[in-house]
Design a protein around this ligand. Structure first.
Ligand SMILES: *[C@@H]1O[C@H](CO)[C@@H](O)[C@H](O)[C@H]1NC(C)=O
Ligand SMILES: *[C@@H]1O[C@H](CO)[C@@H](O)[C@H](O)[C@H]1NC(C)=O
Length: 985
């Protein structure tokens, strides 16, 4: 967003120049002219079409000379009779819900200039016909005026037009202007005199193939062209070079998805050399597109070039030249593939104000030339994550007196911050995070950093950036002047053992002290002694060792407070109307009575892993913004208010508490839950059928309760259900029972399922062959799954969803699920009959546990199709026959238990089989061969190998888990997370 703003500024600045050049000098002779009656009446009619408001065009009164009216100009009476030639009502706050009164306007046939920009015509279309009557128009500006739909052909008849501006950069209406029928070509064909064309925001997707040729054919004199966000695609054509007069070109933000079809569009291909031949070029903005290839070096030589922005073209490569002394003011190459070094000739760019090379993924190298300090106009410098190994910052940096933003994140900076940085009196943002700075950093000495609005020193701990040294004597505490403000102070992971005392004297809106070694109480002065008047946006104090909170916060306004992973005890501090509270993983023991009443505007409340108790009062139903409620691992009790299942919550986690009672059975269509986790409570009764209304449900975990019900086959109709855990309840009867009805083979069940855990219930009967054919998502293997971590801008923090399954014989907690991880656990039930061979088609299965049932028959050799299988437990059944030789091909298998069956014959040898101990096979009287000590037919079985007793060992392993949670969170809370897996015995 920020980038959009800056690029607009560039163009805007340029526009002012152009305006001066072409001149808006209105006809000066208006005073002596007399307004033709008919034109005056037309103007008054136009006035009547606007929404009436007190100061609407007060000078426009019947009976007065219209040539003297506000915004109206006439030509000289002597030269033909005082006709209205210009109407400039730009930015007058006019509102006309019915659109433009064409009947009135089109009588002003002598108009040469018409400006209605920045008013509100209510999403109406332009007059479909009649515009051609304004045949003398040279300047037409209808930008940002709320017009929508097709641009009429009449615009194309205005042959005298020099300047046409139909842009809408403010997205006022959902429906933009568009050029479809008639096409861009048809409208442009006769506009040969155009010098300025602005169509930003106009949907030109229909002109994908020929927009460039059309311009080259009809508008040779074009000086200013802005087609930002026009849904253009394709390459820049070679005939574009005919537009030799171009001074400003903005083709930015032509990359995205079509709304309905989902089709991708982008300006792409190489950026042609021809730009280097446009000697008048002053502004070139090609940012946020799909250009590739190598950027033409010649462009850097253009003497008049002031703005060059090719940022966010992720496949565009190039290198920086020897810079001649040009007029360049803005150079933005961020988020591209540019590489190489910065030559010391950069010092020639005396006018450079903005230099942004960030995010080129480490392709730059070398150090920063000293001459960069000569750039006395430079106010914005961002080299973050560009690969520079800056080493120690030179003291000369203090010479860049104009710097207001300095971002050097991840630039391998070492040593101390030179004190000359204190000379940068205009600096408002300093980001030195993720470097190897060593302290001490004295952020208050001489007040050097006190003009900063944003300071980020996060994550310099690797080489030991130590404490922020405080200089408490510096401040004149008695001063009655208002406290200085720092907007954002990032001191995460800085090895701090002491809270910087500067916080006594500085109001910080966004403070990050997470991941340090701070302990003891959170002092009240951390809120800068604002006492009664605390009003801050975001405080992150997580991952320290704080023990208590001095200030109860009951009267404070803190919108985002993260206290997770500390040792905080006692009463939960709840500020007024918080939006985001994470108090998880502490030792809080009591909940203030009015907690729920204070949550009216909250969307995130995580109290997991504390020692809290009590019930959830029904008033929580009033917290209508709440998206996430996590009370897991506490001692909450009583009934679960029905509204929690039937409302707006995206994630409901009540795991491991003492909740009891039944679930409500009147859940309506509004249920938006993605996660319902009630595992480990004392809930009873049946699972309500009405949960089928929760069609977004992905994780449904009711394990370890007292539910008594038959298999909830209706959960198979939840299209997104990925995890179903019914473990350790009193479910009974057959599983499946979803016959393919009336031959409806398209009806899929459980098609997204990845984890199904039915263990330790009373399920019985035999498993149906066809049922497993439903489990489509277990059949695809996803080799190429890349874990992604989409950062949530609001919180910079992820939410972890956990699922506990038995895996490799151990109870394993998986945090946030899982595209590549699939498990079936049917153990400890009363299943009978054969193991369905159709299980062998579930190619992505990682864990299969059918142990402690009454399965009979042989192990199906089809299980050899489970190429990803890591854990297989068939122990304690009635299986007989030989172990299929084919299982030797399971190369991933790391844990196997076939013990206590009636298997017979020789244990297959080779592959992973030679890694298993005898415990994997014991209790099968007729098995023989390694690793058992029983020999087969007299052959030599050798001595028993060492047993692998993996289940008794603690294991920690990392498995890549992938998830893309829907956009259920109000604040664009889309997350994808990779996490650690903790295995416990
Ligand atoms: C452009 O000019 C041609 C030839 O005079 C004419 O046929 C056509 O209708 C004109 N187009 C528009 C949009 O006025
Ligand atoms: C910083 O300012 C001080 C005092 O004005 C001056 O003596 C010093 O040379 C400056 N340092 C740099 C690097 O410009």
């Amino acid at each position: 967003m920020e980038r959009i703003r800056t690029s607009r500024l560039h163009i805007h600045g340029f526009f002012l120049l152009v305006v001066q050049a072409t001149g808006l000098a209105a006809a000066a002779g208006a005073a002596t002219s007399r307004c033709p009656a008919q034109q005056g009446m037309a103007l008054l009619r136009l006035k009547r079409s606007f929404h009436r408001q007190p100061l609407l065009l007060p000078s426009w009164r019947a009976g007065t000379d219209c040539c003297l009216w506000e915004g109206v100009s006439c030509d000289d009476a002597a030269s033909g009779g005082g006709r209205v030639t210009a109407l400039d009502l730009g930015g007058h706050g006019l509102h006309s819900p019915g659109g433009l009164d064409g009947g009135a306007l089109l009588q002003l046939t002598s108009l040469r200039r018409l400006n209605l920009a920045g008013n509100d015509f209510g999403g109406a279309a332009l007059p479909a016909s009649g515009l051609e009557r304004l045949a003398e128009l040279t300047h037409l500006n209808l930008s940002n005026a709320g017009f929508a739909s097709q641009i009429p052909i009449g615009v194309g008849s205005l042959r005298e037009l020099v300047s046409l501006d139909l842009s809408s950069t403010e997205q006022t209406s959902a429906m933009p202007l568009e050029l479809k029928e008639p096409s861009f070509r048809a409208v442009m064909a006769n506009l040969t005199k155009l010098r300025e064309l602005r169509l930003d925001g106009v949907d030109m997707s229909s002109a994908a193939g020929d927009w460039c040729d059309v311009l080259a054919e009809s508008t040779h004199g074009l000086q200013v062209l802005t087609l930002q966000s026009c849904k253009l695609s394709g390459a820049i054509c070679s005939s574009f070079s005919r537009l030799r007069s171009l001074a400003a070109v903005d083709l930015s933000f032509n990359q995205g998805f079509y709304d309905t079809s989902g089709e991708l569009f982008a300006l792409s291909g190489e950026i042609p050399e021809l730009f280097a031949e446009l000697s008048s070029l002053a502004v070139l903005n090609l940012s946020n597109n799909g250009f590739n290839g190598s950027f033409p070096q010649g462009v850097f030589q253009l003497e008049r070039l002031r703005v060059l922005d090719v940022s966010s073209n992720s496949n565009l490569s190039g290198s920086l030249p020897e810079f001649p002394a040009t007029s360049l003011e803005v150079l933005d190459l961020s988020e591209t593939k540019f590489s190489g070094q910065i030559s010391s000739s950069i010092g020639n760019l005396k006018h450079l104000r903005i230099l942004d090379i960030s995010g080129s993924n480490g392709r730059f190298s070398g150090a920063l030339p000293d001459s960069i300090s000569d750039l006395s106009s430079l106010s914005f410098l961002d080299l973050s994550s560009s690969g520079f190994q800056l080493g120690e910052l030179p003291a000369s940096i203090g010479r860049m007196q104009s710097l207001s933003t300095l971002r050097l994140r991840e630039c391998a900076i070492s040593g101390e911050i030179p004190s000359s940085v204190g000379n940068l009196t205009r600096l408002s943002e300093l980001d030195l995070s993720q470097n190897n700075l060593t302290g001490p950093i004295n952020i208050n000495s001489k007040g050097a950093f006190l003009n900063l609005e944003i300071l980020n020193l996060c994550c310099n701990s690797l080489s030991g950036l130590t404490v922020i040294v405080d200089d408490e004597h510096y401040y004149n505490i008695s001063s009655s002047a208002p406290l200085p403000q720092i907007n954002s102070l990032g001191l995460a992971c800085c090895n701090m053992t002491k809270i910087p005392a500067i916080l006594r004297y500085v109001v910080v809106n966004d403070l990050d002290l997470s991941c340090n070694q701070l302990d003891g109480p959170i002092p009240d002065w951390i809120w800068a002694n604002q006492n009664d008047n605390i009003d801050v946006f975001k405080f992150n104090l997580s991952r320290n060792r704080f023990t208590n909170m001095e200030l109860p916060l009951a009267n404070a306004r803190v919108y985002y407070l993260d206290l997770s992973f500390n040792n905080l005890q006692g009463h939960l501090p709840i500020p007024q109307s918080p939006q985001f509270l994470d108090y998880s993983n502490n030792r809080f023991s009591s909940v203030p009575e009015d907690l729920m009443a204070r949550l009216s505007s909250s969307f995130f409340l995580n109290l997991a892993n504390n020692s809290l108790h009590g019930g959830i009062p029904p008033i929580i139903c009033n917290a209508s913004s709440l998206k996430l409620l996590d009370l897991s691992y506490n001692h909450f009790s009583g009934r679960v208010p029905p509204c929690l299942l039937d409302g707006h919550l995206t994630i409901l986690k009540l795991r491991h508490n003492e909740f009891e009672g039944t679930l409500p059975d009147d859940i309506k269509g509004g249920c938006v839950s993605q996660t319902i986790d009630l595992n480990g409570n004392q809930m009873e009764g049946k699972l309500p059928r009405s949960l089928t209304n929760c069609s977004d449900l992905e994780i449904f975990d009711v394990g370890n309760n007292n539910f008594v019900d038959s298999f909830p086959s209706w959960t198979g109709e939840l299209p997104k259900l990925r995890v179903l855990v019914l473990r350790s309840n009193r479910f009974f009867g057959a599983v499946g029972g979803i016959p393919v009805e009336n031959g409806d083979r398209n009806r899929t069940q459980f098609s997204s399922l990845q984890i199904i855990d039915l263990a330790s219930n009373n399920f019985s009967g035999s498993l149906q062959l066809l049922w497993f054919d439903n489990l489509k998502s277990m059949m695809v293997t996803r080799e190429g799954d890349v874990p992604q971590a989409l950062e949530n801008n609001l919180s910079g923090k992820f939410y972890r969803d956990t699922v506990v399954v038995t895996y490799k014989g151990a109870t394993t907690t998986f945090s946030r699920v899982l595209v590549a991880f699939t498990v079936i656990d049917f153990s400890d039930n009363a299943f009978t009959g054969d193991i369905p061979e159709s299980i062998g088609r579930l190619a992505s299965l990682r864990g299969l546990n059918l142990s402690r049932n009454a399965f009979t028959g042989a192990i199906p050799s089809q299980l050899s199709g489970l190429t990803q299988l890591e854990s297989l437990d068939l122990s304690s059944n009635q299986l007989d026959g030989e172990i299929p030789e084919a299982l030797v091909s399971l190369t991933s298998i790391a844990w196997l238990n076939l013990s206590y069956n009636h298997l017979e014959g020789a244990i297959p040898q080779g592959g992973q089989f030679q890694t298993f101990g005898s415990s994997s096979f014991q209790g099968n009287a007729a098995l023989c061969g390694k690793p058992l000590s029983v020999r087969c037919n007299g052959s030599n079985a050798g001595s028993p190998s060492l047993e692998h007793r993996e289940s008794s060992e603690d294991r920690t392993e990392t498995i890549v888990l992938y998830a893309a949670v829907g956009s259920g969170f109000g604040w664009g809370f889309a997350m994808a997370i990779l996490f650690q897996v903790f295995c416990r015995s």
